[in-house]
Design a protein around this ligand. Structure first.
Ligand SMILES: Cc1ncc(COP(=O)(O)O)c(C=O)c1O
Ligand SMILES: N[C@@H](CCCC[NH3+])C(=O)O
Length: 409
């Protein structure tokens, strides 16, 4: 969101308050220019190697966002049959989609493989089943758990020894035994360390573990290092230095390829990095309550629309779009859900009045996609602003949407 010379906020020249008047409040708004910029930044950082981006669409599965990704050359990483079908609807071919399951029923893997997806096999039983079912007729990748702990908080770390994800690198002998037994065609090794990782060091550490492991697999075409790049939630927050990371990983990757004897593809599957900063959750202040202990700002949204603050204790920066030059005061910004539902504690904001529009920043990743209908609340509409044009990309839900799957009406 840009602050104009007249001290008003705009998104590509469009007034966010007008958007809430047109499409209703609360409202998710995405800035397509930010998505394009983030994709270009990643491509530029890894321009020296054969790099492919697979958008981890759990971050945002709106079809229009997926179509935008496809248009700018980004492929897809999915974790469920639902996400796979979204990818197909967005125009992706099966073979442009990677399926990275987490202990799913094998029938889901079968459906994905038969629709042309490439699977990241994440357990020894699945590897055994894959071998029995397909022998060497279908290629796959193996998801390795490198036993490295990194990420913004423990809930979003996925590669430490206690994490449920992937096959421990310590089980390499058993992996190799199953691969040999069925002559499974392993074309890649995958790992995903976690989310919100700032420093290059953990990425280099896991890359080295995969490169070392790769020496045992002669037919590789791909090394997939997952996602997890850190974005700036707090103003001035340190983020992953993509140029530095690009240089360091590319150099090691090139050395690895020359030792391996072939040029491989390097894949990344970021979610947050590509879409987080593009998204805003616009809400309206319903009540300002001046309690002896705190000033509470109640808004027409809650953990049902943006769960990250309550789930991870995450910080989302808040703008008072209606009163940017108001005098700053401390507030607790809270939702309308019948639970403790706090977006921000003791946060300084320009004076908030009833009816003001507030914007939660960094709401493009794991915002709408983690939303729910708790308290029988409707999910908001979504708008994409791209090339200076606004477009409604999902209408606001209504009562019929809540009732549609219920029997006995
Ligand atoms: C397997 C896998 N790949 C990619 C991602 C994307 O992570 P991020 O949004 O932090 O880039 C995730 C989510 O944590 C994941 O589980
Ligand atoms: N949902 C998490 C990141 C991804 C976790 C899934 N592996 C977040 O909002 O930060």
């Amino acid at each position: 969101m840009q602050l104009s010379e007249q001290n008003t906020y705009t998104i590509q020249g469009i007034d966010p308050i007008r958007l809430t008047e047109t499409y209703g409040s609360p409202l998710y708004v995405y800035d397509g220019a930010t998505i394009r910029r983030k994709v270009a930044e990643l491509q530029h950082a890894f321009s020296g190697v054969n790099m492919k981006i697979k958008f981890a669409c759990k971050a945002n599965t709106n079809l229009s966002i997926l179509r935008l990704m496809r248009e700018i050359g980004v492929e897809l990483d999915v974790v469920s049959p639902g996400e796979f079908e979204m990818g197909k609807l967005a125009g992706y071919e099966g073979n442009q989609i990677t399926f990275t399951p987490s202990g799913v029923p094998f029938s889901e893997v079968k459906t994905a493989v038969e629709a042309g997806a490439i699977v990241n096999v994440d357990s020894l039983p699945l590897l055994e089943w894959f071998g029995q079912t397909y022998g060497n007729t279908k290629p796959c990748l193996i998801r390795i758990k490198p036993n490295v702990a990194a990420g913004g908080n423990i809930k979003i770390m996925t590669a430490h020894a206690d994490s449920k994800f992937g096959i421990s690198v310590l089980l390499l002998d058993q992996i190799l035994e199953i691969v040999k037994k069925y002559d499974i065609k392993i074309i890649g090794l995958h790992q995903h360390t976690g989310s919100d990782i700032k420093d290059a060091e953990p990425f280099l550490q896991v890359a080295d573990i995969l490169f070392e492991t790769a020496k045992h697999f002669p037919d590789l075409e791909i090394i997939d290092l997952g996602g997890g790049f850190k974005v700036s939630y707090l103003p001035g927050d340190a983020v992953t230095d993509m140029e530095l990371l690009g240089n360091k990983i590319s150099e090691r990757f090139k050395n690895f390829c020359s030792e391996y004897g072939r040029e491989l593809q390097l894949w990344f599957e970021p979610g947050k990095f590509l879409v987080s900063e593009s998204g805003y959750l616009l809400v309206t202040t319903t009540v300002v309550k001046e309690d002896p202990a705190r000033n509470f700002v109640h808004v027409d949204s809650g953990l049902n629309h943006l769960i990250r603050p309550m789930m991870y204790g995450s910080y989302h920066h808040i703008l008072n779009v209606s009163n940017p030059s108001g005098e700053e005061k401390p507030y607790n910004v809270v939702g309308y859900i019948c639970e403790t539902d706090t977006f921000a504690t003791d946060r300084n904001l320009p004076e908030v009045r009833q009816g003001d529009t507030l914007a939660f920043l960094n709401a493009g990743a794991y915002g709408f996609s983690m939303s729910s209908n708790y308290n029988a609340r409707f999910r908001p509409a979504e708008v994409l602003v791209d090339n200076g044009q606004e477009k409604l990309i999902r209408r606001r839900e209504n009562l019929e949407d809540l009732l549609t799957s219920q029997e006995g009406l």
